[in-house]
Design a protein around this ligand. Structure first.
Ligand code: NCD
Length: 344
């Protein structure tokens, strides 16, 4: 299958071959993402980046990925400063914006928004998060991060035990991730959440139909045990409106829990942002110096993954290898002062 010209609305689109092809391209693009090499395969192309809901990393990493491919970016954030505030439909916005650019990345709080937007244009549209629906580019970067961590650890995704913990009902990243995980073989997928925040049944069924073992637990100290990947998530408070939040301290993933129940070679992930305020029941900053914590290697993985996707959707993936040149500006060897030595 070719991704050229396709809308990327769901992670359903990617089968195993497509994932492997994208990750091979993303591996090639890591030095470009790190500012060590340069490519200009998208010179002259324009990305429209439309974020009608809060974002830091998805917007910046999509825009950075496009810029690092040599393209340009035009963007808007929020609805207050756009014509949506004047009653414009998403279909009209879509047709207008498509006349200005070659690719659209959009985030919106409504699940149906991305479909309405994509139906009004032939310019490829990439879903950067549609309410509690999906977040396919996050799932791609999560899988790419797992591929790199497992490469370092000498493990394969096939046959591994992957635990997802937190607000699995409203968390769109885990919805897209389960679809990608299910493309591998013989996984045990453990969903760890309070009853009210369980993974939607259709996704559990999909994983089971594709031959995986699916387990559910409402106790992190049991559910996260022996997992090769512990994928933590934030309570999606913005999706609760006035309902009480069904969460206890047990859902705080901290050093005490990790030392008690996690494997010594576990990969601890989070799509971020995490709620780092004292007392929050999220991934605790007290794990920051634990080499098992892969969250910043994971965010870094967003740039090469999105570059690989954009180049594929715009039909220039085959030109990348021959286009690479060395970069000449200064870059530190490690971005974060605490980056682990296996950061390669
Ligand atoms: C996630 C999102 O927006 O769904 N953030 C992200 O894009 N990395 C996760 C979240 O907000 O909890």
């Amino acid at each position: 299958m070719s991704l050229t010209g396709k809308h990327i609305l769901s992670s359903d689109l990617f089968d195993r071959d497509e994932l492997e092809r994208l990750f091979e391209l993303a591996d090639l693009l890591v030095p470009v993402a790190r500012g060590q090499q340069v490519t200009r395969v998208l010179e002259g192309a324009v990305l429209a980046s439309l974020f009608f809901e809060a974002s830091t990393r998805t917007r910046l990493s999509c825009e950075t990925a496009f810029l690092r491919l040599g393209g340009g970016v035009t963007s808007t954030t929020g609805t207050e400063v756009t014509s949506i505030a004047k009653g414009e439909t998403l279909a009209d916005t879509s047709r207008v914006v498509s006349g200005y650019c070659d690719l659209v990345v959009m985030r919106h709080p409504e699940v149906s928004s991305i479909h309405e937007f994509a139906a009004a244009t032939n310019v490829p549209v990439i879903n950067a998060g549609n309410g509690a629906g999906e977040h396919p580019t996050q799932a791609l970067l999560d899988m790419f991060a797992i591929h790199r961590e497992f490469g370092r650890l000498g493990k394969t995704v096939d046959g591994s035990r992957i635990a997802l913990v937190g607000d699995l009902r409203h968390g769109r990243t885990v919805h897209s991730l389960v679809k990608l995980l299910s493309r591998y073989e013989d996984l045990t997928i453990v969903c760890v959440a309070p009853d009210e925040l369980n993974m939607p049944a259709h996704l559990l069924e999909l994983a089971a139909e594709r031959g995986h073992t699916v387990e559910e637990s409402d106790q992190p100290s049991l559910g996260l045990k022996d997992a090769d990947v512990v994928y933590t998530t934030r309570l999606q408070t913005e999706r609760f409106k006035d309902r009480p939040l069904p969460y206890s301290d047990d859902f705080r993933v901290d050093a005490a829990l990790a030392d008690r129940v996690f494997r010594s070679d576990a990969v601890i992930m989070h799509p971020l942002p995490r709620d780092g305020r004292p007392g929050s029941n999220d991934l605790s900053p007290d794990l920051n110096r634990d080499p098992r914590l892969a969250i910043f290697r994971q965010t870094d993985a967003g740039i090469p993954t999105r570059m690989a996707l954009f180049a594929s959707v715009l039909g220039v993936a085959d030109e990348i290898r021959d286009s690479l040149r060395p970069a000449r500006w200064y870059r530190p060897e490690f971005v974060g002062p605490d980056d682990a030595p296996f950061y390669k």
